[in-house]
Write a protein that binds this ligand. Structure first.
Ligand SMILES: [Zn+2]
Length: 347
């Protein structure tokens, strides 16, 4: 959605929305899946759009749910599962609501909106949320630590990337480091993060920059159980959220399969859905699709609206990634499939 041109966003979609044209188009697959990454919690204001832009304001989240309820048929995750596993037909214009990562704000600030709108959401959480001290997403923590102090020689200890090192923006250097650190296994990556933390006087950085725990911390096991007990469905999103395509096959298999096992053990219920971390063609591919199938999931979700041409694949289900800047007309254009069609048409 970040690539939507200003003309579409500010002129064409609002005009089409106003005349109601978008509301009559069927999503191309007959259904659509929307994906969130949490809401901006009440004790936090947006500081850096690069990371914060993945969350939405709670009022906008409510408006989007209300839009879905008035124009689509919002289905429960279990209805979606019955369609996948038993072929039970979905209603026309079915929409499934999902949310990735399992930040604390999903329980404190997002769940109340879902409950008051009577919408059931499929949450994809990572294995560390099955423990007492999950911390934050390692690549978000790395972003803040690198902002506080350049890594200097610490990056040299990471596996190298093919091609040249990015010399451009801070974000490009950070993403290159995330990719390189994803080549380590989870334990080696955690050790390396420990070195970065002490190099950057990490606790100081986290205390001063990341004041809102609800914004940054991942759910712990008690909070994850509370989310499940509130009637929400929980899926798996790997153990530690690496770039899967850069992991060894053994590590990728372990990240996918053991996240299913750990969450099932922790919640005492089957975990049937998986979402690929980052979820686009530069972070996952056919190998990950095969591993998700092998792990015993019923389906797996992308974080993009189009992956590659070919027959529908339950292990590469497209999703609409909603961001803080997504307006209602833009939301409608994505749901109708118009946006994806236009993007494909312009290449
Ligand atoms: Zn994620």
């Amino acid at each position: 959605m970040r690539l939507v041109s200003p003309l579409l966003k500010h002129a064409i979609y609002p005009a089409l929305h106003q005349i109601g044209w978008l509301d009559h188009i069927m999503p191309p697959a007959g259904y659509a899946v929307v994906n969130y990454h949490g809401v901006i919690p009440s004790d936090y204001s947006v500081a850096d759009i690069f990371l914060d832009g993945n969350l939405v304001q709670p009022e906008m989240f409510r408006r989007q749910l209300q839009f879905l309820k008035s124009h689509y048929d919002v289905v429960r995750p279990e209805d979606f599962r019955a369609w996948i596993e038993q072929g039970k037909q979905l209603p026309p214009r079915a929409v499934l609501v999902t949310c990735d990562d399992g930040l604390v704000n999903t329980l404190t600030d997002m769940l109340p909106v879902l409950q008051s709108e009577s919408v059931s959401c499929l949450f994809f959480v990572i294995g560390v949320s099955c423990g007492d001290k999950p911390g934050m997403l390692w690549y978000e923590e790395l972003y803040h630590l690198m902002r506080a102090r350049p890594l200097d020689g610490l990056g040299l200890g990471l596996p190298s990337e093919e091609g040249t090192e990015p010399s451009g923006s801070f974000q490009a250097r950070w993403w290159s480091t995330v990719r390189r650190a994803s080549r380590l296994d989870a334990r080696a990556r955690a050790d390396w993060m420990g070195l970065v933390r002490s190099h950057c006087d990490g606790m100081q950085v986290l205390r001063s920059e990341l004041r809102s725990e609800k914004r940054w911390r991942l759910l712990n096991i008690g909070e994850l159980r509370a989310l499940a007990d509130a009637g929400m469905t929980v899926g798996a999103h790997t153990l530690s959220h690496p770039v899967l395509s850069l992991c060894s096959e053994e590590e990728a298999r372990h990240e996918i399969r053991e996240s299913k096992n750990d969450i099932e053990r922790a919640l005492g219920r089957p975990v049937w859905a998986f979402a690929y971390p980052f979820g686009n063609s530069s972070t996952m591919g056919e190998r990950e699709v095969a591993l998700a199938r092998e792990a015993g999931f019923a389906c797996a979700f992308l974080n993009v609206e189009h992956w590659r041409a070919g027959p529908a694949n339950f292990f590469a289900l497209p999703r609409i990634h909603v961001t803080v800047n997504t307006t209602i007309p833009e939301f409608a254009a994505h749901l109708s499939g118009l946006h994806a069609r236009l993007q494909r048409a312009v290449g």
